[in-house]
Unconditional design. Sequence first.
Length: 680
Amino acid sequence: MDKEQTKIRIAKIKEQMRDIDHAYFVLDKPIVSDAVRDSLKRELIQLEKNFPEFITKDSPTQRIGGKALGKFKKVRHTSQRYSLEDVFSFEEVLDFDFRVKRFLRIPQDRKVAYTCEFKIDGVNMTYFYRHGLFVRAITRGDGVVGEDVTNTVRTILSVPLRLQRDIDIEVSGEVFMPRSSFIRLNQINSQKNGQIFANPRNAAAGTVRQLDAGVASSRDLRAFFYTINSGYKTLTQFAMLEALQKLGFSVAKQYQQIDDIEQVNHFFTRSEKLRGQLDYDIDGIVIKVNDMSLQERLGRTAKTVRWAVAYKFQAEEVTTIVQKIELQVGRTGVLTPVAHLRPVCVAGSTISRATLHNEDEIKRLDVRIGDTVVIRKAGDIIPDIVKVLPKLRIGCEKKFVMPEDCPVCGSQIRRRSGEAAYRCANKNCFAQNIERFYHFVSRHAFAIGGLGRKNISRLFDEGLVEDVGDIFTLTKDDLLLVDHFAEKSAANLIQAIDRAKKITLAKFIYALGIMNVGEQTAIDLSEISYLRCQISDRNFIKLFQSLSLEKLSQVQDIGHIVAKSIHDYFHDGKNITLIKKLFANGVEISNMQHSISGEKVNVEKSKFKDKKFVLTGALDNLTRDEAKDKIKQIGGDILFSISKNIDYVLVGENPGAKYDKALKLGLKIINEKEFLEMAQ
């Protein structure tokens, strides 16, 4: 962007953020997630850093918080409530440590001790006690003036009304709603046509601001405390947390004193693993200089304290700009619009593209080339555009128009009745051939490494393959004719092709690329008992052609549409010719079961076949999905609640109530090491 474009962009972001802040702080009705607001704010900070002449007093970067709601009594804080600076990478954490040492004028090689705590995603609150008795609670507000919500806070059971000591004290903490209570509240409100809250923090904020304390008391609010503002002195931050507990305050237990900033990453990683196991939301950790005298010396800037930062988890929602929209042709001819984005980091990875699914979705979102959009990515899910920010438009955005012809082969595209997708009508479309081939060799199908889309395209260009059946006739000499293949890479690919010839039934079905048949449906088909007992490459076609629509519809999770796709596939002459070609070229179906990870296990011989497992707590070496996958590989079943019928309870760090119940029932409890030994 040039200088004039930057000026316009800054003005648009400020306008958008004012709307976001008004909705959140004043109306108490958030219109975007915190991650989206953070994303816009970080962009604004960077733009203002590059062009400081465009900084104005009304910029969101020049203030601390929002205005207080008008319906509660406003109260001035005894001292200003300052914000924490947000950091999003370990490099920024190291920079914080560098600044601390530089400000204190101590050598950079000298270690500073810190305390790490959970960053609770709730409503910040300040509490006042006189002679050990609770007298007032004030929201943070704009950091200078908050709201008196004493009556509603008094109903929170984890807020002590009398302390263990008869003292005058001011403390701060976070009010939150447990996830389980949030779900229950929304279910109740849905039945009564009441307000549906967007997230637990929104629910907590709405409940705290209830004028009717009776309504607040009927909802399950909790509180954690983390700061003593006045009335009780400690030498360290760690000692402060200990003192709070001795006085009768509830503290988030997972806090730790560290002697070196390098140890922060371990606490951060462990906290991120625990995040999904907790019944309350955390959105990062808070790193505080442990020595209170150093905190005093470090002081604060106009907006933030210098002695602490909030190290935030990777956002699952951020903002970026749509640079162009193009169509991708899939293996079944479906044309999928894909947005090319200004690269941005989300959920730990750099994203430059996001699916728009179909024309209807583009119209629903009203997304245009040049728009600022919100993208979401959770875990391994493909990123989606979930929202457009139209107020950031400057007038040069362009609407996307669906073409009449396939962008690859030029054939006519059609939209079937009842479908959202357009399809290329040409079954021999080059793009479809490439995608069918790529699907065939993918990890959950024949799993032949070294064959990406570019190499597949080269095989077609050289005339070495016409369909997937030809892959098993390739020789090393064939591959040496292809660009980018050398002696070693050609030999490795031929070995991979030979290894892939023996395949499980489920993977073979999936590899065929039958319309509407994904991994799970392929597994369901492979588990039809009489098929599993009789199947071989010699009778595969006959057995599948014997499956009527009625029989197929009786298979778990297979409806009429999927059943018809399967039935039609096995009664199409071209498909039968391809299957015969595969078997003729050496493909064999084994009697081993399929696993999601691609590993093979003989489930019938496993001593853990049909054993019931429950997981609780965070594991050190396996993710939750990896543990579930291993249980499936050894033939076990995964359940989500404890009962006397459970065979094994796999317990990790910080287990929940399931662990306590398992102990009472005398169930077999195993740790991660024992489980991994079992799964070998």
